[in-house]
Design a protein around this ligand. Structure first.
Ligand code: HEM
Length: 456
């Protein structure tokens, strides 16, 4: 009895002494070791970048937008997205973000669903020619997302919108080639290459087309001919260009830049997600089967409805696991505005900080030893449970005030597209598939995703 008491008192004492020691070691040894291990300096040409993977520091960076601002967009990317919401800061950003939030909030999204289903329908009609044969899902989804964004962003001006987006696509192709080209800066300044001349021509034609659509829409607005003017994104922008409050008013150039931004940020990213999801479902046919059963239970053979989309739980798990394994956006970059302390670092002004979502998504300490496996069941009880409450462990759409404004739009589009494909087809990976993820602007399957289609 006495011995037992002595043992329990001494264990309590040990615990009382041990706890502060553990806390002390955690602070002076483990935390610095962890920091040192997780963050490192990377040289991007002559530019140092601090790569930050520590969740606490990432949260600090992404929530304090005034102190850590979105970095300068490379000039070749700026040609594509202009000076729109992605590139802007401060008041201009707040103004544009408000318009975009409104255009893509849940209620507005409901009105976009018929446009999305119509685009998927058109794609599936094309597919009837490929039954029993091979089809490249990457190429199909690239056309689909371009169609969807044209219809949803331009609404009644869809046809002209599509024409603008075709030119933007050409511009994107020319510009993405350029990121791998090395030219003498002197010659580059004096002589324009063939591609640069083509870029300038496209740029000018895009500007003219957007101006024409805006003019026509304005005329319709004046004569009261178009009731649904503000229901599409372009309509919201045109409405804002007439705002009586000068601070809220957007200029013609801002409208053009927003059109460019939304096309480029909305199309490439969603194509990437859809393509990787298709690849994973073509390999993991058990999950394809589960997803199809769910889709047929919720919608039967009918087109997806807004109420049904939120009931697709298995589909959400598959999408999250795809975003975790094949994150479309590889880097989230911020610039230090003025000298600042971040954790143990004192960072100079203009220092570039790089947050790599992919590294967090593939960290075995967060996700476990099966981190590289496709296991949608991780997300069975939601993202918070899957990440053990570590909100920085899963960042496909960023975090903080500048997180992706198109997140709900992209999720709805992807769910509708996959649901309608699963209603009509089974698919398996073609032997011609070559696994070669490539980062252009987002991560894409370099040689496409060829699958064999089988009608149900
Ligand atoms: C799977 C699809 C998508 C992914 C993975 C994705 C990812 C992201 C990420 C990571 C950011 C944050 C970048 C940062 O903090 O620096 C972002 C921002 C943004 N995204 Fe998306 N995105 C997707 C779809 C879309 C769509 C469909 C649209 C438009 C229709 C869109 C428009 C934007 C815009 C405008 C921003 C900038 C927001 C701001 O600066 O306030 N995205 N996206």
């Amino acid at each position: 009895m006495e011995l037992a008491m002595i043992i329990s008192i001494s264990s309590c004492l040990c615990l009382v002494l041990l706890l502060p020691l553990i806390r002390f070691l955690h602070k002076v040894w483990w935390t610095p070791i962890r920091l040192q291990r997780n963050n490192f300096l990377n040289w991007y040409g002559p530019k140092p970048q601090l790569v930050v993977t520590d969740p606490e520091l990432i949260k600090e960076i992404l929530t304090k937008d005034g102190l850590y601002q979105r970095g300068e967009i490379p000039s070749f990317v700026k040609k594509l997205i202009g000076d729109g919401i992605l590139a802007s800061k401060g008041q201009k950003w707040a103004k544009l973000r408000k318009i975009a939030n409104h255009a893509f909030y849940t209620e507005s999204l409901k009105h976009m669903i018929p446009a999305i289903t119509a685009s998927v329908d058109a794609m599936l009609t094309r597919w009837s020619q490929h039954e029993g044969k091979e089809i490249d899902m990457f190429e199909e989804f690239r056309v689909l997302t371009s169609e969807v964004i044209s219809r949803t962003a331009f609404g009644s001006s869809y046809k002209e919108g599509k024409n603008i987006f075709d030119m933007l696509k050409k511009l994107a192709e020319l510009i993405s080639l350029k990121q791998f080209q090395v030219r003498s800066p002197l010659i580059g300044k004096l002589v324009k290459s063939k591609e640069e001349i083509e870029e300038d021509k496209l740029d000018k034609a895009i500007q003219e087309k957007v101006i024409n659509i805006v003019k026509r829409r304005e005329e319709q607005m004046m004569t009261g001919g178009e009731n649904g003017l503000a229901s599409d994104f372009l309509g919201s922008l045109i409405k804002a260009s007439h705002d009586p409050d000068v601070k809220k008013r957007v200029s013609q150039q801002e409208i053009i830049d927003e059109c460019k931004t939304f096309y480029n940020s909305g199309q490439d990213t969603t194509t990437s997600l859809l393509s990787w999801a298709a690849l994973l479902l073509a390999i993991h046919t058990d999950w394809q089967h589960k997803a199809r059963i769910e889709v047929l239970k919720v919608f039967g053979r009918e087109n997806p409805s807004p109420e049904g989309i939120s009931k697709l739980k298995t589909m959400s798990m598959i999408i999250n696991e795809t975003l975790r394994l094949y994150t479309p956006v590889l880097n989230v970059v911020r610039n230090v505005k003025s000298e600042i302390r971040l954790g143990k670092f004192v960072l100079p002004a203009n220092m570039e900080l790089l947050i790599p979502p992919l590294a967090l998504h593939h960290d075995p300490n967060i996700w476990g030893r099966d981190v590289h496996l496709f296991k949608p069941e991780r997300f069975e009880d939601g993202v918070a449970k899957a990440t053990n409450g570590n909100s920085m462990a899963f960042l496909p759409f960023g975090y903080g005030p500048r997180f992706c404004v198109g997140m709900n739009f992209a999720s709805a589009e992807v769910k509708i597209a996959l649901a309608m494909v699963l209603q009509r087809y089974k698919f398996t990976l073609s032997p011609s598939y070559v696994h070669a993820p490539l980062k252009v602007l987002t991560v894409r399957p370099q040689h496409g995703v060829p699958v064999i289609l089988q009608a149900l």
